[in-house]
Design a protein around this ligand. Structure first.
Ligand code: G6P
Length: 467
């Protein structure tokens, strides 16, 4: 990596996030294998170059990470915090992924949930401890006046806590999720809602992926904390784009080309491919996507045997029962569609659950239609990546509730994610888009999608924070 290790207290740029840029797995023989992740932050941080000493503070997640911390194995420029397992589990599974994620993505089934009881309060205390551990580590390692970029809903209290420890620092926070509408946000107990907002407002700049999420945050702050709530904090919008250079190079390597051949075989000659790629995550709306596809096949029989729905749904957050149940539901509905329509030479839904980045890129390249229909999404980078690597042009069916819709909506076929028959109509429109129109739209989508590449996205935030 271009950034050097920060020793002692000399880091001038610090990033903090729950999931770090590297993870470790522990083999049966006791050996540790490291794996580097991708994403906007990784390429962003490497773009600051070797002139600055940077440090990425993250959490040890699995057994492998914890073992790596114990053995003192690590990467330069990365500090993994081994927060006790119980605290991490309560903060990450209990608060971050079962409460905050649900609030911002409107996922509660409100007649029965949420229930903010004693168990919730216990988890909340863990969330505070976990945020304090990050704030302390950052305070210990930051050079005077350093810039600290805190990421996401896992660490919402960190800006405020860090401000109390080190008033000299420039602190930014970035939410990669949507922000809830004020009436929904206020499902949270009043003291918790206020604490979360004050935590984020401890930052010099609080940033979001779209204007819509930024405005929702501003409205929450004023309604919950009063008219002067935003006085000390600037609100920023930075719409993370796709990394065109990386994607174009990566998607033409031999492992991707090989997987394209295998996928083509699964799809069958002459057939169209409707592609979706997601973490299997409740907000992604995979089940309604399958129901829309089923409706298309039921009502427009001319598509039978002429189209395949290639759905990559990679399991995520499987410690939580709701995510496991949703994963099972996706498989069940995919199976039901196949049972209803399959013929000897045609499998209508091809569902893959084994995470494989090269295969995702292969599907991006050959997709005729991309289905991106989340209930709500901070941005959704799949919608931005597909047009960039598409070989022959791809029609994008895009939820109006995805942050990406703000930039891509004009060239996409827009859907209300709850409207299954409407989504089926949109799939039909996408499948029948004249080739010239499809090419023109794909080019426009790719341009809009790459307007703010990850490196620029990161540097913009850093510059704005220092200004
Ligand atoms: C979203 C969040 C990220 C998170 C990612 C994967 O994109 O905004 O902060 O890292 O999901 O979820 P996970 O729980 O596996 O880290």
């Amino acid at each position: 990596p271009a950034h050097r290790a920060a020793r002692g207290t000399d880091a001038t740029v610090l990033v903090a996030s729950n999931r770090g840029p590297v993870s470790y797995s522990l083999g049966d023989d006791g050996g540790l294998t490291s794996r580097r992740g991708g994403g906007g932050l990784v390429s962003g941080l490497s773009a600051i170059g070797s002139g600055a000493d940077s440090l990425w503070v993250c959490s040890a997640l699995g057994e492998g990470d914890r073992e790596a911390v114990r053995r003192g194995v690590g990467e330069p420029g990365v500090l993994m915090l081994d927060i006790d397992e119980e605290t991490h589990a309560a903060a990450y599974n209990g608060i971050a992924n079962s409460v905050l994620w649900f609030v911002h993505h409107l996922l509660y089934q409100t007649p029965l949930e949420p229930v903010f009881d004693a168990e919730f309060r216990r988890q909340w205390e863990a969330y505070e401890r976990y945020n304090r551990a990050f704030a302390r580590a950052l305070a210990d390692r930051a050079a005077p006046g350093a810039a600290v970029l805190v990421q996401d809903y896992h660490l919402a209290l960190v800006p405020g806590l860090l401000r109390d420890l080190r008033s000299d620092l420039r602190i930014g926070h970035f939410s990669h999720t949507p922000w809830a509408p004020v009436d929904y946000f206020r499902l949270l107990p009043d003291d918790i809602a206020a604490q979360l907002l004050r935590g984020l407002l401890g930052a010099d700049r609080t940033c979001f992926l779209t204007r819509r999420w930024a405005d929702a945050f501003g409205e929450c702050a004023v309604r919950v904390l009063g008219p002067d709530a935003l006085a000390g904090t600037r609100i920023g919008v930075h719409g993370l784009g796709a990394d065109a250079e990386f994607l174009r190079e990566r998607s033409h390597r031999p492992d991707v080309t090989e997987r394209m051949a295998a996928l083509r075989e699964q799809i069958g000659p002459g057939r169209r491919a409707i592609v979706r790629v997601d973490r299997t995550e409740l907000s992604k709306n995979i089940v309604r996507g399958l129901l829309a596809y089923r409706h298309l096949l039921r009502t427009r029989p001319e598509w039978r045997e002429r189209v395949v729905h290639v759905a990559f749904a990679y399991p995520s957050r499987q410690d939580l029962a709701v995510y496991r149940d949703y994963t099972a539901e996706v498989a069940r509905v995919a199976e039901a569609v196949n049972e209803e329509f399959a013929t000897p030479g045609w499998t209508p839904v091809v569902l893959h659950v084994q995470d494989d980045f090269a295969r995702s890129l292969a599907a991006y390249r050959l997709a005729d239609v991309a289905l991106v229909n989340p209930i709500r999404d901070g941005m959704n980078l799949v919608a931005k990546e597909i047009p960039v690597v598409s070989d022959a042009g791809c029609a994008l069916v895009l939820s109006r509730e995805a942050g990406a819709h703000e930039e891509l909506g004009e060239y996409a076929i827009t859907v209300n994610p709850y409207d299954v028959t409407g989504t089926a109509d949109a799939l039909h429109t996408a499948l029948t888009l004249p080739e010239k129109d499809r090419t023109r739209r794909t080019e426009a989508l790719a341009r809009a999608a790459t307007a703010l590449p990850p490196a620029r996205w990161f540097l913009d935030q850093l510059e704005a924070l220092r200004a």
